[in-house]
Every structure is written in C-alpha cells, then in structure tokens.
Design a protein around this ligand. Structure first.
Ligand SMILES: C[S@@+](CC[C@H](N)C(=O)[O-])C[C@H]1O[C@@H](n2cnc3c(N)ncnc32)[C@H](O)[C@@H]1O
Length: 136
C-alpha cells in the first residue's frame, strides 16, 4: 500500500497512524498532480478530500496523471465535499456534474452516492459524494 500527500506534516501523522495499526505503507511527500512520475501503476487509488482542493486548471492535470498511475480497468474511489453542503466555510463544493465533466473520455463512472465526511468541528459531519470511477 502507498500513501501520498504534499504536506510533510500530514504524511508524518499518517505514518504514526499506520504504525499504531500495524500497517505497512510506503508513504511519500509528493504532488498528486505528478502521479505519473511514480513510474508504477496500481489496481486501486483512493482519495479522501483531495479532489475538492484542486483548482479548475489542476483538475484535468490530476485526472490525466491519475490515469497514468492506474492499470487499465483500475478503480478510483473519491470522497469529496458535496454541493448539497451549505456554502460559507471549508473547501469548494463539488457537484455530480463536476465529477462527470472531469471523468469523461477514458473513464466510466460506476456510482456517485451521498456520503458524510466525519468532522472535528461539526458533530453531524459534512455532506459529501463518494464516487467509484473506473479507468478504461
Ligand atoms: C481536506 S485535506 C484531507 C486530508 C485527509 N486525506 C483526510 O481525508 O482527512 C486535503 C489534503 O490534500 C492535500 N493536498 C492538497 N493538494 C495536494 C496536491 N497537489 N498533492 C498532494 N496533496 C495535496 C493537503 O496537503 C491536505 O492534506
């Protein structure tokens, strides 16, 4: 298993959690826009809270390089902030349409379902979409 984040602090915390749980994970501090530079492919990629941080310009770059890091038929599971969550705080909201527009040619959207982000600051959590998307 591999895990990446651009923030060294986030990676350190993830390393501590993995260690406490007895999980062996190959962590890297790296830019998710450069997944093609890993030089290897995976059957599955999971994204918790990254996609909704990307700018409009960065989305197609991320999607292209994500494809390079997945085997044909590989699966991408993504949890992002939903446009059903009221505006006014936190990251930008993502609609089902945004997801469809980002993952067009070369991808099949298997499902997009309502979900909830657990939150330290909101007991009820925040509204999210969980998606399963396959690379051709
Ligand atoms: C909303 S937080 C989600 C953190 C964690 N994955 C979770 O689910 O609680 C977004 C994370 O994306 C990371 N991030 C943002 N842009 C990135 C990029 N271009 N490459 C890698 N990580 C990035 C941030 O450092 C941050 O840790």
């Amino acid at each position: 298993m591999w895990g990446i984040d651009a923030s060294p602090r986030a990676v350190r915390k993830a390393e501590e959690k993995a260690s406490a749980r007895g999980l062996r994970v190959n962590f890297r501090v790296m830019n998710a826009l450069s997944l093609d530079t890993l030089g290897r492919t995976f059957d599955t990629a999971t994204d918790s809270g990254l996609f909704h941080t990307l700018s409009d310009a960065d989305r197609p770059v991320f999607v292209k390089n994500l494809a390079a890091a997945l085997v044909p038929g590989g699966k991408y599971f993504m949890l992002c902030f939903s446009d059903l969550e009221p505006a006014g705080y936190g990251p930008r909201r993502i609609s089902k349409r945004d997801i469809g527009e980002s993952f067009g040619d070369g991808w099949t959207i298997d499902f997009i379902r309502p979900a909830t982000f657990e939150s330290h600051t909101r007991v009820q959590g925040t509204k999210a979409w969980i998606s399963g998307i396959s690379r051709w």
